[in-house]
Every structure is written in C-alpha cells, then in structure tokens.
Design a protein around this ligand. Structure first.
Ligand code: GSH
Length: 213
C-alpha cells in the first residue's frame, strides 16, 4: 500500500494512525503542500486525487481519497482491531464525533481556505488568527460537551476508535496555530492519553520522513 501525505496534514495524520493501529505496512509518499505552489496541484497528483488534497491511499488497483473513507475501507478489509467498536449507538457516536472534526471544523481551517483569506480577501495575520480561533472555539466547545456525554478513557467509552483518530491531529493543529485549550479539560485529558499510545506516537508529524524543523 502507498499513502500519499504530508507530515503536518491532519487528514494524512489520521490515515497514518489508522494504518499503524492495524499494523499495516505502507510506503509513505510525501506530497509537499507548500513547495513550488504545492505539489498537490500538480497534474500527476491530481490524477490520483482530483481534489488536490492529501491523503490518498493506493492499495493495488484501489485509489482512495478522503481520510474517513480510507479508514472505513481499511476497517472493512482488515476488521481487527476495529476503528468502529461497539454497538450501533456507540458506532453512531464515533461517526458523529469524527464528522464534527472532519466535516465541520477541518475544512474551515484548511490551507487552501487560509490562503484564500489572505490572498483573495486581504486578511492580515490578526484577521486570519481571529478566523482560526473562532472556528476552533465553536467546534471544541461542542466537542467538550459531547465528550461529557460519551467519553470514557477515550472519546467514546473506553475503546480506541475513529473519533480518537480524528481528535488527535486536530489538537495538534490547534497547538500549532496557538489556539488556547484551557476551556476544554476533558478534551485535553483524552488527548494526553491518546498521544501516549504507540500507534499514535508513531504517526506524529515529527516522526515522518518529510518532517521539517
Ligand atoms: N476531507 C479530506 C480533507 C483533506 C484535506 O483537506 N487535506 C489537506 C491537508 S490536512 C490538504 O491537502 N490541503 C491542501 C490545500 O489546502 O491546498 C480528508 O479527510 O481527507
């Protein structure tokens, strides 16, 4: 299997955690999102992923984009350990929390959105920071409330799941963008537990071959 990704891309980070959790070997192919205007826009990459976003997973003849689709594909093909453990209610909660991050928050703070704010709408650093803080705050405030209802050791009960895989990279991004996390004690507690897990630690951006200082 090949995973096209970028070291500090949150969606690539998700795919890496899932692959590690399932102990699947893969070749990591870096796609530099900044260099030369972004390798994700090159024709050769867009043939694999017409959205021009990372990650992309190639498994033989299967070419898949969207990290949640990649995770569900891996889960169907390699069911153990499951990324969606538990009964229908638990699985519903896992999917809902995963989507809260992957569909509601991350798209608003993505690189291309930040670039559009700056280049097309003339946002300066403080306007861009206000944008990031606003959306992180809205999302993490709701996430914290949801954790009060459904968390245990991890996001949903005591089993590691896709929701945890979505949370870790988003907290990493928040720290990177200087977003204060004091208002989310439960989120920080779960995150602290998650980053200690070996399959999560191995997926950290700093551990990737394309990591920059
Ligand atoms: N929903 C997509 C999001 C993919 C995505 O937004 N990837 C970002 C990095 S985290 C990207 O490639 N950004 C490049 C750009 O904005 O030009 C997924 O989960 O795979």
């Amino acid at each position: 299997m090949e995973l096209y990704g970028y070291w500090r891309s949150s969606a690539s980070y998700r795919a890496r955690i899932a692959l590690n959790y399932k102990q699947l070997d893969y070749n990591y192919i870096p796609v530099h999102l900044i260099k030369e205007g972004g390798e994700q826009h090159k024709q050769s990459y867009r043939q694999l992923n017409p959205n021009g976003l990372v990650p992309t997973l190639v498994d033989g003849s299967v070419i898949l984009h969207q990290s949640l689709a990649i995770m569900e594909y891996l889960d169907e093909k390699y069911p153990e350990p499951s990324l969606l453990p538990g009964n229908a209610q638990r699985r519903g909660a896992i999917r809902a929390l995963s989507l809260d991050i992957a569909s509601e928050l991350q798209p608003l703070i993505n690189l291309r959105v930040q670039q559009y704010l700056v280049r097309e709408l003339g946002a300066d650093d403080s306007a861009k920071q206000a944008w990031l803080q606003h959306w992180f705050r809205q999302s993490f405030t709701a996430f914290e409330r949801n954790l009060e209802e459904v968390s245990g050791k991890y996001c949903v009960g005591d089993d590691f799941s896709m929701a945890d895989i979505c949370l870790v990279p988003q907290v990493y991004s928040a720290e990177r963008f200087g977003i204060p996390l004091d208002e989310y004690p439960l989120l920080r507690e779960v995150y602290a537990r998650l980053v200690e897990l070996p399959w999560v630690a191995k997926a950290h951006p700093s551990q990737q071959p394309d990591a920059e200082s």
